[in-house]
Design a protein around this ligand. Structure first.
Ligand code: SAH
Length: 315
């Protein structure tokens, strides 16, 4: 494991030096029409208190983020029908107008190609849509019949064609995952060649079909991060919040295994706890400024350099 991580670190250093790019994450809605078996904010979870941020609240989060130095805003949410294409275009357009040179990343699920085209035209640059698993049977065991891997993959290729920097990825240790399905995940990444890859451990969430299933391990997640770095040397790979949730130094270990991104939270403190994809999520009590400082300290401690550049990645 140590030599694998050292190899992955060497590859990341070759392309990105010691820099770790910061992205400001704004979780703007926890309403979702979908029912993914693993996810804490699935539609059928009636125990979740739902929230939506207004355009003003979103812009205020961006303002705070900008003051703190962020050059990328990541807008993530459930698939919330309230945020129609028109509303998303309005949000993206408003952010673009206020911050002409920042990167705007969307992570709002599967949409028709035309919607993605409108978001791109409004000024969005990047899109995160984890494929979750590249194996059909495995996908069917994690999602209701209304969802399909074929559509998710089609979305990813469409996003790429439109011109987005695309992020794919998967959870490690989901129920029914095998070494074979993980290999298929890597093969899919090889084919898609995404700019970004999000990898985190599966963590059971209350009131979901998978609530009693075991979570993914730190070791296996780090192994997949390192292998992904070797497979896609120039990829932007976050040390995820989920990784930091299963181990106090999980994100630092992620960086040591080849990750080069962190995504501190910019959402208003009042709603942090409500965006509960999984149980015991960290940093839900912190202000945006605290998250920024805390991550900076952690990064420096492990010999890396926090970087607030836009960080589009090397070609
Ligand atoms: N609606 C958007 C955003 C989903 S949330 C979309 O469909 O892309 C972002 C990611 O959180 C998901 O892609 C999934 O990989 C991860 N996630 C969801 N539930 C999780 C859980 N229980 N444990 C760990 N990660 C989870």
């Amino acid at each position: 494991m140590e030599s694998l991580f050292a190899e992955a670190r060497a590859v990341r250093t070759e392309h990105y030096g010691k820099e770790v790019f910061f992205r400001g994450l704004i979780e703007f809605t926890n309403f979702c029409k979908n029912n993914c078996f693993y996810c804490g904010i699935r539609a059928d979870n009636r125990q979740v208190e739902r929230y939506r941020l207004s355009l003003e609240q979103i812009l205020l989060s961006c303002k705070m983020g900008n003051i703190l130095g962020y050059k990328t805003f990541v807008l993530q949410g459930g698939e919330d029908p309230f945020f129609s294409d028109d509303r998303v275009v309005e949000i993206v357009g408003s952010i673009r107008k206020a911050y002409p040179n920042h990167a705007i990343t969307l992570s709002i699920g599967e949409k028709p190609r035309e919607s993605y085209e409108r978001f791109f035209a409004a000024g969005a640059n990047r899109y995160l849509l984890r494929h979750e698993t590249a194996n059909e049977e495995h996908y069917a065991k994690m999602h209701p019949a209304s969802m399909s891997l074929a559509n998710r993959k089609q979305c990813l290729f469409a996003l790429k064609e439109i011109g987005f920097q695309v992020g794919a990825g998967f959870m490690v240790g989901t129920p029914f995952q095998t070494p074979q399905t993980l290999l298929e995940d890597l093969r899919f990444l090889e084919k898609l060649q995404p700019a970004m890859v999000g990898i985190g451990p599966f963590i059971p969430a209350a009131n979901t079909p998978f609530t009693d299933k075991p979570g993914g391990s730190l070791e296996q997640t780090l192994r997949m991060v390192a292998l992904t770095r070797l497979l896609l040397p120039k990829a932007l790979i976050p040390a995820t919040t989920a990784l930091g949730t299963i181990a106090p130094d999980g994100r630092e270990k992620g960086l040591m295994a080849g990750a080069n991104i962190v995504m501190p939270n910019l959402s208003p403190k009042a709603v942090r706890k409500l965006y509960s994809l999984y149980d015991n999520k960290i940093c839900t009590g912190d202000e945006a400024a605290e998250c920024r400082l805390c991550m900076e300290g952690r990064i420096r401690k492990f010999g890396f350099t926090p970087s607030m550049v836009r960080g589009d990645g090397v070609r």
